[in-house]
Design a protein around this ligand. Structure first.
Ligand code: GLN
Length: 227
């Protein structure tokens, strides 16, 4: 996608990147921009400069993993992670970050969780829900699961942020956040704020966890798309 017309950051300003290979790139950039943090699509080595954190969006993990390898971005992500860059994987992004995937070899393997892909069934078994996570927000947090994985278990050093019945929907280590669902497809900014703070950045506009004028197509202004 060649799309984004975000504000140019000031020199050396720390920012959050969104891996721009496939999936919800614009929607994540939109949410990061809404909390007042500079954001940038990331698709080549030079895009990693000044990143405090990187979001790996949802999409299709086999496809994303192949593109990561083809463009050697996997090696750069692992190196930058060891240099201090924080990571957040949503859905397929969480699968890429998992140390263990049922029936498959892991990809980046940067957080000690076990995931099972497509664990709820087909695309038709996608669903929306709402939860309360007091650590993140006083307001209820809407969630969208799209052919999502289940996080089956977490290893040492990984905390469960959200358990739902027989599976874990969100977890974190000190340096990596994973969500099986898609906060960028909802009006809630709570997870984006949480990740920004994890990156050592201070999100603005703290009065509300929801952005009232949000609508499903709000990200279109980033792509300069008009209906
Ligand atoms: N089903 C996809 C996979 O296993 C993930 C779907 C998503 O990211 N919404 O890679």
């Amino acid at each position: 996608m060649s799309h984004v017309a975000l504000k140019p950051p000031r020199a050396a300003e720390k920012m959050i990147g969104v891996l721009d290979l496939q999936g919800d790139v614009l929607e994540h950039l939109d949410h990061i921009e809404r909390i007042g943090i500079p954001a940038r699509p990331v698709k080549q080595a030079g895009d990693f400069d000044n990143l405090a954190g990187l979001i790996l969006p949802g999409g299709e993990s086999t496809c994303l993993a192949r593109l990561l390898r083809i463009f050697s971005l996997d090696k750069i992500i692992i190196r930058k992670f060891h240099e201090g860059m924080k990571l957040w994987g949503t859905c397929a992004g969480a699968i890429l970050l998992a140390k263990s995937i049922v029936g498959e070899a892991p990809h980046l393997g940067l957080i000690d969780i076990e995931v099972e892909r497509n664990s709820f069934g087909s695309q038709l078994d996608s669903f929306a829900s709402e939860v309360s996570i007091p650590k993140l927000s006083a307001a209820p947090i809407p969630m969208t699961f799209i052919r999502a994985p289940k996080i089956l278990g977490v290893g040492e050093g990984v905390d469960v942020l959200l358990r739902m019945g027989d599976f874990i929907a969100a977890a974190e280590s000190p340096d990596v956040l994973v969500t099986a669902f898609h906060p960028e497809l909802t009006p809630s900014l709570a997870f984006h704020r949480y990740f920004a703070r994890k990156c050592g950045l201070q999100p603005g506009r703290d009065k509300t966890d929801m952005d009232p004028p949000w609508d499903r197509t709000s990200w279109m202004r980033l792509a300069r798309i008009t209906l």
